[in-house]
Design a protein around this ligand. Sequence first.
Ligand code: FAD
Length: 565
Amino acid sequence: MAKIRWDREIDLLVAGAGPGGMTAGLVAGLEGLDVLICEKSQLVGGTGATSAGTLWIPENTQSRDEGYVDSADDATAYLNALIGDGSDNLQRSAFIAEGPRVIDDLMARTELAFVACGPHPDYRSNLPGASSAGRAIIPEVFNGRLLGRDFARIRPPIKEYMLLGGMMVGKIDIAHLLGRWQNVQNFTHTIRLVLRYLVDRLRYARGTRLVMGNALIGRLYYSLKQNGIPIQFGAALDDLIKLEGRVAGATIKTKEGILRVRTRRGVVLATGGFAHNQAMREAYMPRLGPIYSMAVTENTGDGLRVGKRTGGALNPPTSGQGGLWTPVSRVTRKDGTEGLYPHIILDRAKPGLIAVNAQGHRFVNEAVSYHDFVEGMFSAHKSSPSIPCHLICDAQFIRKYGLGIIHPGTTDLSRFERNGYIRTAPTLKSLASTINADAEVLTETILRHNKFSVEGSDPDFGKGDTELNRFNGDPDHRPNPCLGPIEIGPFVALKIWPAELACSTGLATDADARVLDDKSAPIPGLYACGNDMDSVMAGTYPGPGTTLGPALVFAHRAAMHAAKQ
Ligand SMILES: Cc1cc2nc3c(=O)[nH]c(=O)nc-3n(C[C@H](O)[C@H](O)[C@H](O)COP(=O)(O)OP(=O)(O)OC[C@H]3O[C@@H](n4cnc5c(N)ncnc54)[C@H](O)[C@@H]3O)c2cc1C
């Protein structure tokens, strides 16, 4: 140890200022530890800032206060049915038992504030123990102006999630905006949003009324600042220093050179996983066909790399997966850059839309969760090319429900066709030829689906059969809220690829988020949370908030454990 020239000595180093790292740093700081958060980029938030910000926390207080009933037993039964028996899985039981307490503690001691999401079925709503409401919570709207000049440090959401070039809208705002001419309340809400946005733009590069993942990150950053917990920007964790069997420090790469930081309590790895590390993708996320990533480009597997080098074990991908998925369409923006639009809830489940593979056959229930939809693409692709696939609908569908980046109410599709976002054709035969599908197969597929929509059931794939399907369908559409005919041209095709929202393979950890070695023994002084930690959901996607719920819970547990050492 005498040989190492330390530049700095602290209690706890946290690598990465995403939701995982910021929570760990915040809690450790509140517990009285001398903390430093090092962040590779110049911004806080990571992928978390671009997310919907939903947390899956069974039996949470915020939903209970709104009258939603849940129980740890039901949540346990649900995860057992989805993942497999977890009676000896201490990490899973800690997540279920401690989740509500962690959220309450964060709300009591920081600026974090969550509200019940209300009705929102679990993603396998037909399994035992599944809940139809109350397990999801979302961050309360945050006023970014409170951050003053540091507002510019919050990573913006994906461009396609903002209106008017910079105004964020949450799920609740969408209903008001779409119904703005229907009643005074909607109209007033819309006017308020727009006026506030216009005032913001006099001083800020975008709107400061933050919702979803930006609200979560805004609240975390504000809390860190209020408690004087520092973030060093442009500072990438490079390696760990192990002394006498314990992680006792780390090296951090900065513009000025390498910084050697000695840590009395340890290091928390929260660098967001390996999404942009091609070699790790091939090893831990083996997949057929092209797959995109929604993660920020800084997430290059640094946490996994240094964790492994220090003796940390990597859990093998459970059920061969390694990722949590969403279908995406590719968007060419006005400035020529390319974006990815995640098809999470707004279009796939609505009546009058199907997904077809390269030949023109359906291959999946279009209304399942985004993760299950992509799993459907992967499994279909093994026997017939299904990556990319196409969403097919007609122009009436788009007018009513929208499609990807095309908002409901749009009648003129020419702009989207010109920039290559969609293909349109007057007949099914000509649509088939524009997407290189078999015209007879595509026509037969659509006629068969149209028959199902009249009968109200889909014996082929069960679209509209589950509570989740119907929740995202159109409740006013009969007889099946997810099935409607595709019959009046012009017809529309939109190309869809798989992308990962999060890595699920990560470092093996225990219930306190301590990194384990290959004999399942904790490595003293080393913790991992967020996507650096192997997902407690083992590659499954139980419900909205599958990664952020555990990210916050285990970040909290890591910090509390370090504080007690
Ligand atoms: C569109 C979209 C919607 C989503 N919605 C949800 C949702 O509603 N609920 C949910 O549960 N999940 C959601 N997710 C997934 C969720 O955003 C991620 O799983 C989550 O952000 C992971 O948190 P993290 O802290 O591990 O990583 P990140 O949020 O990616 O943060 C990692 C941080 O580490 C930094 N970093 C990287 N390497 C280093 C290094 N060497 N040293 C220092 N810093 C480093 C990065 O710059 C980054 O700031 C969504 C994802 C997307 C793309």
